[in-house]
Write a protein that binds this ligand. Structure first.
Ligand code: UTP
Length: 287
């Protein structure tokens, strides 16, 4: 079955970016001139996904507005004879943008479960917008995963190597056999205590899951950090359904952290046709 729907959990509080995220959603922070959520949606569209399901919360209205018609802006620019080309891709097909509220930030697993009725009985994708993935044009992270899914079916997560000392911050894979970019998943553990991680392969913000995960999430059991963890429910599918990790061919920036966000902005700004060369000259002189 093709992957037609993607869930974007965007109800988190973004506390690591306070005070910037007091009134502005973390997902609206820009990399150069596009908000993180726009990159995530573009990645889904490139993978052939049609329906975008945003799990939002209070204070996240800017995300809904971003994907709507900006009537005053478009009208004013047109009256001034100015282009609105920069807004291209920000208006989603009517009916294909669905917004659901997670009333309390009870964890990623709970956010995904909030989308259960819209997902129904079909496999679906999940994209965490603050995990910013940069692939070659036409071969973004979700596209690579959908291509892999055509071969494997079942459940897929994006798997990435990190320094072993970083594993306590992530969901970590217990890996089985490896075949090219695919790694069999034998187990998953969320935020393992220091020294106990089964590998240095982490789950990196991209998933293709079977709808049965919703039944497991329904128990609402709290895991690491007192939150309903998606990893715990995914782990229960292992052995019952195929489960693989896909190694992404591209760059990954953890834009949930200030360092990753600054790195992403610097890397993409350096490649920008209008300002890249000048920025690199300036950075060299600065350092
Ligand atoms: P994070 O833990 O990285 O995001 O969750 P956060 O809680 O917003 O950030 P900090 O740690 O306070 O700075 C990963 C993703 O899951 C979403 C977040 O919006 C983010 O995209 N999320 C998390 C929810 O939608 N609901 C939740 O209850 C928790």
């Amino acid at each position: 079955m093709t992957i037609r729907k993607a869930v974007f959990p965007v109800a988190g509080l973004g506390t690591r970016f306070l005070p910037a995220t007091k009134a502005v959603p973390k997902e609206m922070l820009p990399i150069v001139d596009r908000p993180l959520i726009q990159y995530a949606v573009d990645e889904a569209l490139e993978a052939g996904i049609e329906t975008m399901i945003f799990v939002t919360g209070r204070g996240k209205m800017a995300i809904e507005d971003h994907f709507d018609l900006a009537y005053e802006l478009e009208r004013t620019q047109a009256d001034r004879g100015k282009s609105v080309a920069a807004l291209e891709g920000t208006r989603l097909t009517p009916g294909n943008a669905i917004f659901i509220r997670q009333q309390e930030p009870r964890g990623l697993g709970h956010a995904i479960w909030c989308a259960r009725d819209v997902i129904g009985d079909e496999p679906f994708a999940i994209i965490l917008p603050d995990e910013f993935m940069v692939g070659q044009p036409g071969a973004g992270c979700m596209k690579q995963m959908v291509d892999a899914y055509d071969r494997t079916g079942g459940n897929l997560i994006c798997a990435l190597e990190v320094p072993i000392e970083d594993t306590p911050s992530y969901g970590v894979l217990d890996p089985g056999t490896r075949d090219g970019t695919l790694t069999e998943v034998k187990g998953l553990v969320e935020k393992p205590a220091k020294g106990t991680a089964p590998s240095n392969l982490i789950v990196a913000g991209r998933y293709i899951l079977q709808p049965e995960v919703m039944d497991l999430l329904a128990t609402q059991e709290a895991g690491a950090g007192g939150e309903v963890q998606l990893t715990d429910s995914m782990a229960k599918l292992i052995g019952k359904q195929p489960f693989h990790g896909v190694t992404f061919d591209g760059e990954r920036y953890d834009c949930g952290s200030k360092l990753g966000f600054a790195q992403a902005n610097f890397a993409l700004s350096c490649r920008d046709a209008a300002m890249g060369d000048e920025l690199k000259r300036w950075a060299k002189a600065l350092l």
